[in-house]
Design a protein around this ligand. Structure first.
Ligand SMILES: NC(=O)c1ccc[n+]([C@@H]2O[C@H](COP(=O)([O-])OP(=O)(O)OC[C@H]3O[C@@H](n4cnc5c(N)ncnc54)[C@H](O)[C@@H]3O)[C@@H](O)[C@H]2O)c1
Ligand SMILES: O=C(O)[C@H](O)COP(=O)(O)O
Length: 528
């Protein structure tokens, strides 16, 4: 297998380069390439992986040009610079490093809060000018004040913890914060309006989503207490910047500290130069400790995925550890082949995919196996389906997916059973791993033993004498070489099936001849 190759297109710590190389991944370190859209578009096709921070915009166009891309790694948290639906559709795993810069960013938010309430940047600039304006910078104590935390996840909860240490009252709005966690953090869980009416200082720590965009809208900013402060070290689109300016100018708000802006890089902004605003250029994660953490983590994760199939911290794919990956590999192949078998026979609207895991396989990480089975089922019907996007596509199309386990697999160590329900029928197919390779053990309730081959003919017929000879003769006369011939039947004289591995694809003409044979009820050419 050729060595996978990664492009680092943002300013990551160079430690990442060593880690990629140590783990068997070739790497091009081009920390300013991310800002050059055209150049990135022209080179991205050469790479299996792209490692970014926030400067590179991994747009749908970049993803489309990245024909070999398998993974995009974000050395940091926010992935709003990556088109995840486009990556998912292309089967590209998107991973981030959720904790590596959380402490650093929380510390920045606390630093911004102090800078704001004590006018430290303004006082520093004035002092440097030799003004000694001691009375111009009267500050506010944070002790006993109420900090309103919007979004109490990794960073928000560290900010809350530090603020509790500063003897502030902390209230938090986060629909996903449990009462138990709030108690553990020493914060009071409140709704948004309560937070806005009670907070002396508001600090934002949510991702930018359709729900959080403009969460500090003009109306909500106006609901803040007179004299309140706003700190934003999360994402620019969370605050209505025009409304913020108006409320600062009107004297309703005392100040704002902004590390992030709706448009970045922000080189011009209506709030720049405002006496009540302090600003930093998206520095939240910029400490050597955090940058070392995220660079190491992203390089390890991406290398492990490219060389061992391990998936961690992915936003669009189930996790697989490096230890699990080799154990899962044959079952992922089996699940996909069972799916392909069922998918190639599906003629009417798909309603349900049920996967049952019996025996040893039931103890494995099943999410990637089910995703693989679903991808197999959908592949014959849709062109752009893969293990990453298959569950999403199935859900979008209203197909129900279920997963069942059973400790016992009867005469096998492990069996995966796939049941497909369409508008008109239900079909089952089961398989196992034998000698490391996938094998079919049941079709439509009929036991059989067959390996998968690239080209196969599947027939169902009435169990009557002469059928096998007639089929062999038809294929022989058409010059089709039979590799293996597997038969099964429900019982004497009942429905029978044949699964024939052949050396070349079966043509439509041959298929018609097979369908015309006596007792044949169905014939399909399959490929795996
Ligand atoms: N300034 C920087 O350099 C910098 C550095 C790191 C992270 N960030 C940003 O900080 C933010 C928080 O990161 P994190 O690691 O804490 O993320 P996280 O996912 O751990 O936490 C986000 C929290 O927001 C909550 N949330 C989601 N929707 C919400 C809503 N509608 N209302 C209220 N709460 C909601 C979630 O429940 C979650 O608890 C992200 O936007 C991230 O991109 C910025
Ligand atoms: O989401 C993040 O991790 C931060 O916004 C940091 O962004 P940066 O890596 O571009 O500094």
């Amino acid at each position: 297998m050729p060595m996978p190759k990664v492009l680092v297109s943002d300013k990551l710590s160079e430690t990442a380069v060593n880690i990629f190389r140590e783990r068997g991944v070739d790497v091009d370190f081009e920390p300013s390439l991310g800002k050059d859209k055209e150049k990135l578009l022209s080179v991205i096709g050469q790479y299996d992986g792209l490692a970014v921070r926030s400067a590179t915009k991994a747009t749908a166009a970049i993803i489309e040009a990245g024909k070999n891309l398998k993974v995009i790694g974000r050395a940091g948290i926010g992935v709003d610079n990556i088109d995840i639906p486009a990556a998912t559709a292309a089967g590209i795993v998107v991973m981030n490093t959720p904790y590596g810069n959380a402490i650093t960013t929380a510390e920045h938010a606390i630093a911004m809060m102090f800078s704001l309430v004590r006018s430290i940047p303004q006082a520093s600039a004035s002092t440097h000018l030799g003004k000694w304006e001691k009375s111009a910078f009267m500050g506010t104590e944070v002790f006993g004040k109420t900090l309103g935390v919007i979004g109490c996840g990794n960073i928000g909860s560290i900010v809350a913890d530090r603020a509790v240490g500063l003897k502030m009252r902390v209230i938090a709005f986060d629909p996903f914060l449990t009462e138990e966690r709030a108690i553990e953090l020493g914060v009071e869980k409140v709704d948004l309006d309560t937070l806005l009416s009670r907070a002396d200082i508001v600090t934002l720590h949510t991702p930018l989503t359709d729900q959080t965009r403009n969460i500090l809208s003009r109306d909500n900013l106006a609901k803040l207490k007179k004299g309140a402060y706003v700190v934003n070290c999360a994402r620019g689109g969370l605050v209505d910047e025009d409304a913020l300016k108006d409320l600062l100018d009107a004297g309703h708000l005392s100040g704002a500290a902004l590390d992030v802006f709706a448009t970045e890089p922000a080189t011009e902004h209506p709030l720049f130069g405002h006496p009540k605003v302090i600003a930093t250029p998206h520095l939240g994660a910029s400490t050597s400790e955090a940058q070392e953490n995220v660079a190491i983590q992203v390089a390890e994760q991406m290398a492990d995925y490219l060389t061992r199939g391990a998936v961690s911290n992915a936003l669009n794919s189930p996790s697989v550890t490096a230890e699990e990956a080799p154990r899962l590999k044959p079952y992922i192949a089996l699940a996909e082949k069972l799916g392909l078998f069922a998918g190639q026979l599906t003629r009417t609207g798909l309603k349900q995919i049920e996967v049952t895991y019996e025996g040893e396989v039931a103890a494995l990480n099943l999410k990637p196996l089910t995703a693989s089975a679903v991808a197999g089922v959908l592949k014959p019907m849709l062109s752009e389906v893969n293990i990453v996007n298959a569950p999403v596509i199935a859900r979008e199309r209203g197909v129900t997916i279920s997963e069942t386990t059973c400790d016992d697999a009867e005469s096998y160590d492990s069996i995966i059973r796939l049941k497909i329900t369409t508008e008109q029928q239900t079909r089952t197919v089961s398989g196992t791993i034998f000698g490391g390779a996938p094998r079919i053990v049941e079709i439509k309730g009929v036991e059989m033993e067959a390996s998968f081959a690239p080209h196969m003919l599947y027939t169902t017929n009435e169990d009557k004498p002469g059928f096998i000879g007639a089929l062999g003769k038809t294929l022989g006369e058409a010059g089709v070489n039979i590799a293996t011939f597997n038969l099964g039947r429900a019982g004497p004289g009942e429905g029978a099936i044949a699964l024939v591995a052949v050396d070349d694809p079966i043509s439509d003409e041959v298929l018609e001849k097979v369908r015309a044979l006596p007792h044949v009820t169905q014939a399909t050419a399959l490929s795996f």
